[in-house]
Design a protein around this ligand. Structure first.
Ligand code: PMP
Length: 283
């Protein structure tokens, strides 16, 4: 049975009832967070909590119990028998249910809080092989730094990639590559690691942050600077990052084959360090 968390209670998922007037349903007026349980701990729990609180603050949702997240996240893993497995937790907080108006409800209503866990089954993509991605103009808004549940531009774009048998849709804005529909992207050019700087045009990924730290510690030159869509042919390595798939090499960017079409040396090194850190933390 799948036990979920809903407004302070643990209950079977199919017993949860959400109001049709919930602003998450009517306006996508809410935020979410995803964390990975790696058989014993949530990877960089602290950064996910900081980002969740920031997203709430940016859209003025006041969730007084926000500090309970870590506790019920652990409890959900335990209740669903996932302690010794890999799993993902999804948390969503919306502004709550109120008669439909474009302005916020006044007085404030209680936010709706929902979380579920599910076992994470690795995609089977081998680190050496990677994925091919499509590249297209970013159709999203300019507050991509907020982890908003309003993901229609992302899902439409990813669906396009998926239908073409590709592993991700990478966006560009003003001619510069920003990020993917559900990942950040890194490039290696002449030994230097590039990724788009933090701004309203990307989500500041928790994995992105850790990869930048790992690269700097490993002595790899790092530039938080964009790569132009016109320079994709000159890129020697590329990889995407996110919480679920961690580090995934990119072997083709649109019509350009990246390097020799397999994961490059810098990508493999970063992948290896990332996983050895997790193994060391697990003990
Ligand atoms: N960008 C977007 C648009 C995403 O949806 C995600 C995944 N949530 C990321 C980047 C990567 O973020 P993280 O490493 O924190 O999962």
């Amino acid at each position: 049975m799948n036990i979920a968390y809903f407004n302070g209670n643990f209950l079977p998922k199919d017993e949860i009832k959400i109001s049709p007037d919930d602003r998450g349903f009517l306006f996508a007026d809410g935020i979410y967070e995803v964390m990975k349980w790696t058989s014993g701990f949530f990877y960089d729990l602290e950064s996910h909590i900081i980002r969740m609180k920031r997203s709430l603050k940016e859209i003025s949702i006041n969730w007084p119990e926000e500090d309970t997240f870590s506790g019920f996240a652990h409890k959900l893993i335990e209740l669903n028998g996932l302690s010794d497995k890999q799993a993902l937790i999804y948390l969503q907080v919306t502004r709550g249910a109120a008669p439909r108006t474009h302005y916020f409800p006044g007085p404030e209503v209680t936010p709706t809080v929902y979380a579920f866990v599910r076992e994470f089954i690795p995609s089977g993509i081998l680190p050496g092989t990677g994925i091919r991605v499509m590249v297209k103009e970013d159709i999203r808004w300019s507050r991509c730094d907020i982890k908003s549940v309003a993901l229609l531009p992302n899902t439409l774009s990813f669906q396009e990639a998926h239908q073409k048998g590709l592993g991700e849709c990478i966006f560009f804005r003003n001619g510069l590559i920003t990020e993917g529909s559900h990942s950040n992207i890194f490039f290696v050019v002449d030994g230097t690691l590039f990724t788009y700087p933090e701004s309203g045009y990307i989500l500041s990924g928790v994995t992105r942050k850790n990869i930048l730290r790992i690269a700097r510690q490993a002595g790899i030159p790092v530039k938080e600077e964009p790569i132009s869509v016109n320079d994709l042919a000159t890129v020697q390595e590329a990889f995407i990052t996110n919480t679920s798939a961690e580090v995934t090499p990119v072997t083709a960017l649109g019509s350009h084959t990246v390097g020799n079409g397999t994961a490059g040396a810098v990508t493999m090194l970063i992948h290896k360090i990332f996983h050895s850190e997790i193994a060391a933390q697990r003990g």
